[in-house]
Every structure is written in structure tokens, then in C-alpha cells.
Design a protein around this ligand. Sequence first.
Ligand SMILES: *Cc1c(COP(=O)(O)O)cnc(C)c1O
Length: 401
Amino acid sequence: MSLSEQQAASLSAETVVVAAGRPPRERDEPVNPPLVLSSTYFGTGPLGDGDRGYGRYSNPTWDPFEEALGQLEGAELPGLLYASGLAAVSSALSLVPAGGVLVMPSHSYAGSLVMATELAAKGFLELRTVDIADTDAVLAQLAPADGRPASMLWLESPTNPMLGVADIRALTAAAHQAGAVVVTDNTFSTPLVQQPLTLGSDVVLHSVTKYLSGHSDVVLGALVTSDAGLRASLLHHRTIHGGIAGPFEAWLALRGLRTLALRVERSQASAAVLAERLSTHPRVGSIRFPGLASDPGHERAKSQMKGFGSVLCIEMAPVAGVSGSGESLSGADAADRMIRALKLWLPATSLGGVESLIERRRRHAAEPASVPDNLVRLSVGIENVEDLWADLEQALAGLGR
Ligand SMILES: *Cc1c(COP(=O)(O)O)cnc(C)c1O
């Protein structure tokens, strides 16, 4: 590969996303890695985990992305690609021993919560959900005076969709003291904004579907760790449970990764502008964005992130009298009507693509009831920020004064 670990460590992340995971610098080598479509590999002799062998064990098209992601997260080992973010969640949760205790944010990504809840219902593990922003409450669940210590601490920061910010350093230190493994879902931040391994986490998780691939045309997940033992367990789980990445998706993800730094820079800057403007709009009841000085997670985010990401949430205010009809709307109805009036923002789930997406989260049956029904999540893309604002403004204006 084109970049050694030492080289990657001496370059800025904006360069690594472009330079990592390329074929050798030798005459007539392609500058981009090829897409390899083969379910099996020529060979004789012993075969085990980590060997090329067969298409479920490995694929040369995974390697450059896995190497680049490992370098970006500051890991000593390449990452592991999975069929989806949730396939990576499944593999990470397999590290909890039978009957072990899992401490998880009550506002984790809904799919992660559903999986953990179902595993707990079957008696495979004990689930303790916590407000991840409340450090003392999490500490109490990691090592309760009258209960068993945790086997795994799950972190997501900022959380999806509530944008709660965890004190990653303090929580990982306490989890390690309790003997727990720490997994951090870093999907919202990307390694350019936050590096959980350097803050103490053992494993980092990504829904590669989101910012890393960045074009809403791929579903993929990844795990990264510097711990060889953990990586071997995860690789074995991936091989045996079979949640592997398609080679074409892996190829597209690396293509998307090349522009990650530019996309993150633009979307973060636009999110900050839109958050400021939305925070004073009369139709917006409240806003969560760690970049706002008034946000409860602001100082903590500043201490562990380089920027504040580009997802924000608003709670729509109820409307007493819509102009024209005079009808009144609940906050949830106002949110639905505003979203339907948008012409540029795409009403769709997901986040982290080049296009700006907007969604009322409770339209998902699996979304926890503790997420307010008038909560709208905005994923800011890379369009011109004034065009994005003009569209929001006209849709909000349609609700009346
Ligand atoms: C989307 C998402 C996931 C799940 O990833 P998929 O690729 O959809 O399986 C996990 N965590 C977070 C924070 C996400 O946003």
C-alpha cells in the first residue's frame, strides 16, 4: 500500500483520506485499487482466519478502505468492513460474554438499541440504558455498589438523534477500571472530527453508509481497534456470521472517502450557520447542536471534537393559527407540514450524504418514545448554505406567524 503507518501518522487527516490505500508506487500500477470480483482464490495448503482463501474470509477490494480507516482513526491495525453499520454493531456486541452487562445510551441509534434490547429479552445479556450526558449516572451503572460490573460500555457521542454529548475520556477510564470493553459509535463525527481510540475507547464503530462513503449510494459498516486480540475475535465473528461487505460497495466507499475532508469542512460550516439562524426562528421551539454556545454539550464537545459535526435537531413549536385557514397544529403536525413544503431539502432518513436530508424521527416505529414527536433531524449537505436557508425559511413561513 502507498502509505505506511508512520507516514500516515505524520500527515494530516485531510491528506490521508486522499493518499491512503493506494496501490504500490510502481510503474504501470493503477493509481486506484482495482475492483476484485472473485468468490475464491487459487491456492493449496493451510487456511485460517485472515487468509485470503475464500470470498467470505477476505477480498482485496476491502483492504485499501480498511487500511485507510485504521490510519484515520489512529489505530495500529487496519479496520474491518461489514455489510452494514448494524452488522458491525452485531459483531461488536458479540464481545459481551454470555450474561454480561451492557451499558448503553438510552438515545443510541435506534437499531443498536433494538438489537441490545432483543438480546437482553432472550437472556443473552443484561442491558442497562443510561443518559450518556450524565457522567455520574453512567458511572453508577458501570460499577454499582450492589450489582455486577459492566462487561461493555457502549458510547455514541453525539447521540443519534438527540445529540447528547458523552465525556468520552472520563467514561472510558471508569469503564476500564470496572473491567469493561468500550465501543464508541463514531458515525456522526467521522475520524476527522473525533478520534475515540485516542480518547481511550477500545473499538470504534462506523456506519460507513453515512459520512465516510458520503453519497447515499452504499450501505456498509466498519469496526476499528488497536487491540490484536479484539480484532481477531471480531474478524472471526465476521467470517463465521457472514456479515461481509460487497466488493463494489467497498470500492465505492473508498471513492467517497477521498473527498471526506472537503465534505466535512463544508457541511460543518453550513450546519453552524443554519443552527444560529434556526435558534432564533419563532417556529422553532428548541434546537440541539453542540456547536451553539448555549447547547448543554458545547464545552464537552469542544474538549474532544475538532468541530461539531453537521447534524442538528429542532423541536417544532405548535402553531396557534395557520395563516389563511386559522387552524392550529401540534408541533408534530407543524413538522410534517414544514417538511412537505421543502423543495430542495430531501425528506428522507439517513445522514452524512452530499445532499441535505430532513426527517421527523418519530415516523420510525422503532424510535424510542422518549424522542419527542415534534423532533426534526437535519443532516446538512454540501449545497450552498443560502439556498438551504432560503428553502427552510419559505417552508417555515408557510406555517404562518
Ligand atoms: C445509520 C447508523 C447506524 C446503522 O448503520 P447502517 O449502515 O444503517 O446499518 C449505526 N449508528 C449510527 C449512529 C447511525 O447513524
